[in-house]
Design a binder for this molecule. Structure first.
Ligand SMILES: [Zn+2]
Ligand SMILES: [Zn+2]
Length: 259
């Protein structure tokens, strides 16, 4: 089982448009970050987490030519702006693509992308190309494509966000306010991907320090930070992290166990 980081940047992406800071102008490839997304490969199944604004480039660059399913965390722009691009898979394979999301996420998509859910006389609407499997509760376990997945709900700026766990691996991004039950949901996780924006406080994201404390409470052996802003220089901040803690970067692939 592997997880491939397609994008590890904050919502702006790094470099940020118009910015001339040392990270945005850095020649270090670790400081080039697309919007947050990743691919979980379990056996012969390829699952995409979120459809970022950089979806097209990310998928082309990764060499992925098919998806078995998509998991959505929430509907902020940096996580869903590439949604419409999923139709290319339908155009090629004429197969409905399963999508796992909360009821709140589905409702929000219908508002934000109303045209995608309308019947089209010239082609099958995107909504008909996707099969939404809605999470039944705030937290629990589900089977998606026969893969057991544990899910949890937390909050960012008033929006409900979902984290997903596959075996001893969990992807928890855009977390700020959370219920204490999350530590039960993440108990036993050995590999944790967690969002950490920068070193200075944010009203909607963990700092590196807050994320480190959260990950230590989870007890994960290895932790990769993602959703990283342009205030973070990869080499400089990596050198300050405790053992087992890493700044993720685009293109990084990690392994985990599902049993
Ligand atoms: Zn910058
Ligand atoms: Zn985000």
């Amino acid at each position: 089982m592997t997880f491939l980081f397609l994008g590890t940047g904050a919502s702006t992406g790094i470099p940020m448009v118009g910015c001339h800071c040392s990270v945005c102008t850095s020649s270090d490839s670790h400081n080039k970050r697309l919007r947050p997304s990743g691919v979980v490969t379990i056996g012969d199944k390829t699952l995409l987490i979120d459809t970022s604004p950089d979806f097209r480039y990310q998928i082309l660059h990764s060499g992925i030519d098919h998806l078995d399913g998509v998991l959505l965390t929430h509907t902020h722009f940096d996580h869903i702006a590439g949604l419409d691009e999923l139709r290319t898979f339908y155009l090629l394979h004429r197969q409905v693509l399963p999508v796992l999301a909360s009821l709140e996420t589905l409702g929000s998509l219908k508002k934000r992308y109303d045209y995608l859910f309308k019947e089209r006389s010239w082609e099958v609407s995107l909504a008909a190309q996707l099969h939404f499997q809605v999470l039944e509760n705030k937290r629990g376990e589900t089977h998606f494509l026969d893969i057991p997945i544990r899910y949890m709900t937390y909050e960012q700026g008033g929006m409900q966000v979902n984290g997903y766990r596959f075996g001893d691996f969990a992807y928890v991004s855009d977390i700020y306010h959370y219920p204490e039950t999350i530590f039960e949901d993440l108990k036993g996780v050995r590999s944790l991907v967690l969002s950490a924006l920068r070193t200075t406080p944010s009203p909607v994201h963990f700092t590196i320090e807050e994320a480190t404390a959260f990950a230590k409470k989870v007890g994960a052996e290895k932790v990769w930070f993602t959703h990283i802003a342009h205030e973070i220089d990869h080499q400089k901040i990596q050198a300050t992290l405790p053992d087992g803690f890493y700044l993720a970067y685009d293109g990084l692939s990690i392994e985990f166990n599902i049993s």
